[in-house]
Design a protein around this ligand. Structure first.
Ligand SMILES: Cc1ncc(COP(=O)(O)O)c(C=O)c1O
Length: 393
């Protein structure tokens, strides 16, 4: 999905030679691509404010800092996610508390409730593989317990739940523009909020404490200590062209996934389910199947030339040695392998099929892609049935 539009946007910036996100409005060479990206993304999500940053990890850190998460505070986060959901919390000194997932492979809200303690300050649902978390239950829990709600939307840019865009349910939402995401600029991130003071704080954290959209060094106006995770104009220009394709990309993914899924369903294979999708506004980047037991799941994965989710890479906490080894400020080890039995059971019986995201780290070695034609999709579904039917009948 990279073409003339991206080239033209980037060339415009190259031709002026102005690469920083800041510049004078009077300077014809300053094309404010990063600012335009922020404006267009805020409009697209219905949020009042957006800050473009250098990664999804950075976006999460800026959100956590903006709401005031402090060292020692606990943040609820699901055990099936990318490592950045944990590392962003640890990087600001707070404590990720791992929560089970349910058969949507997103946060199990009953377990989140169980794990809420007097130290819990925030809940961070992850809309995993494009699937919205159960936002009715999560917003209710956050409200009841007085928790900040920060949505990790890194894998779900453009998705919605009951008509409302993800990222707008709580205080803040964070998105990634890395190589494997719905739209990408190689690397990059976005965060959104409806709260002006959170916007100012997140903006400041992303740029050495400065107030939004500074025009100079602005000494005397910095209210917090920030770091540098600014996006430059080349990345902003590229991301802008990608954002303008978002509706087309999502429509293609949803249409192709629907066809592929219906093709597989036509065989009425016993013992094969699909993970629960919490809202049709999902991104449709992947199709996840759930088998009845581990043995058949492994055989199915093998004939498809792929792996079950637990064995496919780094999105399951059991495979994150650096997180498992982590000790808190008091030297306590917080995590151990197989501490989430429900999640372990689900991911050992799950296989991800690709629709748009082709990432062997997610175990998507079998499936279709965003360019697949109808007849290619039908052939893939037939191939799936032919390979899987002998195993699960
Ligand atoms: C769920 C989730 N959270 C956070 C991130 C971090 O995003 P980035 O790679 O842009 O830092 C990712 C990206 O892989 C992700 O999938």
């Amino acid at each position: 999905m990279i073409g003339e539009e991206e080239k033209n946007e980037v060339l415009e910036v190259l031709n002026t030679g102005h690469l920083s996100r800041y510049g004078s409005d009077e300077d014809p060479k300053f094309l404010h691509k990063v600012y335009s990206l922020e404006q267009e993304f805020a409009k697209r999500t219905g949020a009042s404010h957006c800050v473009a940053v250098s990664s999804g990890t950075g976006a999460l850190m800026a959100c956590l800092t903006a709401v005031g998460i402090k060292p020692g505070d606990e943040v609820l986060v699901p055990g099936y996610t990318f490592v950045a959901s944990f590392s962003s919390i640890i990087a600001i000194g707070a404590v990720p508390v791992m929560v089970e997932v349910d058969d949507s492979l997103t946060m199990d809200v009953a377990d989140a409730r169980e794990k809420t303690t007097s130290k819990t300050r925030a809940i961070m649902p992850v809309h995993m593989l494009g699937n919205p978390s159960n936002m009715d239950a999560i917003t209710a829990l956050a409200k009841e317990k007085g928790l900040f709600l920060i949505e990790d939307c890194c894998q779900a840019l453009g998705a919605s739940y009951k008509g409302q865009m993800l990222g707008t349910f709580g205080e803040m939402g964070a998105f990634s523009l890395n190589n494997f995401k719905v739209i990408n600029s190689g690397d990059g991130g976005l965060l959104i909020t409806n709260d002006h003071s959170l916007y100012e704080r997140a903006f400041g954290f992303h740029d050495q404490g400065h107030m939004p959209l500074r025009k100079g060094s602005e000494i005397g106006k910095r209210s917090l200590i920030g770091i540098n995770m600014r996006m430059n104009e080349l990345t902003g220009a590229f991301a802008l062209a990608q954002l303008r394709k978002l509706d087309f990309i999502l429509h293609s993914l949803r249409t192709k996934k629907d066809r592929f899924k219906r093709g597989i369903q036509s065989a009425h294979l016993e013992g094969l389910q699909f993970r629960t999708i919490n809202d049709p506004g999902e991104c449709a980047t992947l199709l996840t199947i759930l088998l009845e037991d581990v043995t058949s799941a492994q055989k199915v994965a093998e004939v498809l030339g792929t792996k079950t989710v637990d064995k496919s890479g780094w999105h399951v906490y059991n495979n994150m040695e650096q997180i498992l080894a982590y000790k808190d400020r008091d030297g306590r080890k917080l995590y151990e392998k197989h501490m989430l039995p429900k999640t372990d059971d689900l991911v050992s019986r799950a296989v991800n099929l690709s629709i748009g995201v082709v990432d062997s780290g997610l175990g998507t070695d079998f499936g279709i892609n965003i360019l697949s034609t109808d007849s290619e999709i039908d052939r893939k579904a037939e191939q799936f049935i032919k390979l899987v039917k002998p195993i699960i009948g």
